[in-house]
Every structure is written in C-alpha cells, then in structure tokens.
Write a protein that binds this ligand. Structure first.
Ligand SMILES: Nc1ncnc2c1ncn2[C@@H]1O[C@H](COP(=O)(O)OP(=O)(O)OP(=O)(O)O)[C@@H](O)[C@H]1O
Ligand SMILES: [Mg+2]
Length: 243
C-alpha cells in the first residue's frame, strides 16, 4: 500500500509484521494516530509494545506492512523520521555527571538546537521537575526525575510526533496527573502521541484511543469518553495481559 494520501495521520502503521530472534513479535499490527490525538497502547509484558515504537523509529526491519511518521517511511529514511519524532525510552539514559540543564543542552545540541535557559526552565516546569533539583548531578536523580528530564527534552524539540514508552512508570500519582494534563496540552498543540502505558486510568484520562496489544496484535481498540466503562475495560485488560 503506497497510497499515503489515503491517510494524513502523523503516525500510521498498517499490517506490520516483524520477528525478533526468529520469533514473530508483531503480526499484522495496524493503528493510526491523528494530529492532536493520543493513542495509549496497553498490553502485558512482552506483548510487543516497545517493539512497535522501535519499528516506528526505524530501528527494526519490518517483514510486511507499511509505516509512516509525519509522512516519512522510517524503514526507508530512519534519520529523517527520527528528526520529526520525540522519543521517551523505557529507561532514560542521562549523563550522570551532568545536571538537568547540561544534559538537555547536550542532547539538543546533537540535533543542532540551542535552547535558552529560560526555554529549558519552561520545559522543566511543564515536565514538573522541581527547581531545586535542576542543578544536581543526574546520578542523584530518582527514576521519575529522569523521566521528567527526558519529557522536557521532547517538549523542547517541538516535534509533530511523540513516542512515549511507559512515560509515567516512575512517576508518583501527583506527577502522573500532571503528566496526563501535559498530554492534553500537547494534543491541543496538534501533536500526535503514541504512548505505551500500564496505567489504564491515566490512559482513559488523557488518550483518545486505547489499544490492547497481545502477542503482537491489537485485540481490542476503544475510544475514550464520558461513557467509557473503565472497570469493564480493566477486567478485559487483565485478560489481554494474561493472554
Ligand atoms: N532485542 C531483542 N531481541 C530478541 N527478542 C526481543 C528483543 N527485545 C524484545 N524481544 C522480544 O520481543 C517481544 C516483545 O518485546 P517488547 O519489548 O516489545 O515487549 P513490551 O510489550 O514492551 O513489554 P514490557 O511491558 O515488558 O516492556 C518479547 O517476546 C521479547 O522477548
Ligand atoms: Mg516495553
């Protein structure tokens, strides 16, 4: 399917199949995320969530199907794709000897950007990193604090596509609520967000679509909204995770 005019969705996966170490990890996976939408991908450990993100980053060869990130095929043009993607990895790696400002300045400089101190502070405010912590070596940061630094970097890059792998996994309930509010703000800016999460309530709070992944395929996709039965979904999610 090379007809990209069929959908303008900034994130589009259609019929993706992929193996790792000879095992099928994704099979005929399809999903798309429109501008200004967030899609929450849920599923048990090993279901293929991080693999889906790695595929969109152009890090893994697809065996079938098509992908598009802001109109770019990440298999054909991985570097171009990565320029339009803000990516929050499952485990954020920072330079331990550097503080938050230095880490952000360093990583953004790799992409040719030189944000002002005020812009970095604004992003760290939005990500919710305490002002007192910003000058400490990140070696002394908790997991949640590292997440916040990485979220701030993604915000500063101001890209149309965000791929977030368990963005709230290290965050306390307050920080999680703040993060969900941030997702809503980003959607209002027109960003397309694909977020992997184990937090069903958070997904119901800030995502437009929730997809359950099991054994490399979407087994259920639901639209969120005031009529969403989160408890029923919680029971089905447990089933999907155990499948
Ligand atoms: N580097 C790798 N080499 C080979 N197989 C891998 C590799 N990384 C992941 N896999 C396999 O791919 C499958 C999907 O893994 P993936 O990391 O995408 O799961 P996940 O849904 O992100 O799980 P989790 O919730 O634990 O993060 C698993 O069966 C895993 O064993
Ligand atoms: Mg994962």
């Amino acid at each position: 399917m090379s007809d990209s005019s069929a959908s303008q969705a900034p994130i589009r996966i259609d019929g993706l199949s992929l193996s790792r170490s000879g095992r099928t990890v994704l099979s005929n996976l399809s999903l798309s995320v429109e501008a200004g939408q967030a899609y929450a991908l849920l599923g048990g450990n090993g279901a293929g969530k991080s693999t889906t993100i790695a595929a969109l980053l152009g890090l893994l060869p697809a065996e079938g199907g098509v992908m598009e990130v802001a109109g770019i095929d990440p298999v054909e043009a991985p570097e171009a794709a990565r320029r339009v993607i803000g990516y929050l990895p499952e485990n954020v790696a920072l330079y331990e000897q550097l503080d938050a400002y230095e880490n952000i300045a360093y990583f953004l400089a790799l992409g040719g950007a030189r944000p002002s101190r005020a812009a970095i502070d604004e992003a760290l405010d939005a990500a919710g990193l305490e002002a007192d912590a910003r000058r400490l070596r990140t070696a002394d940061y908790s997991k949640g604090m590292r997440q916040k630094v990485a979220i701030a970097m993604a915000l500063l890059r101001d890209v149309p596509v965000l791929l977030l792998d368990e963005p709230t996994s290290g965050l306390d309930p307050r920080a999680t609520a703040d993060f969900n509010a941030l997702v809503r703000q980003l959607k209002a800016r027109g960003t397309a967000i694909l977020m992997v999460t184990h937090d069903l309530l958070g997904a119901a709070d800030c995502a437009d679509l929730i997809g359950f992944l099991a054994k490399g395929r979407i087994v259920e996709e639901v639209a969120t909204g005031p009529n969403l039965d989160v408890m029923a979904l919680h029971h089905r999610y447990g089933e999907a995770a155990a499948a």
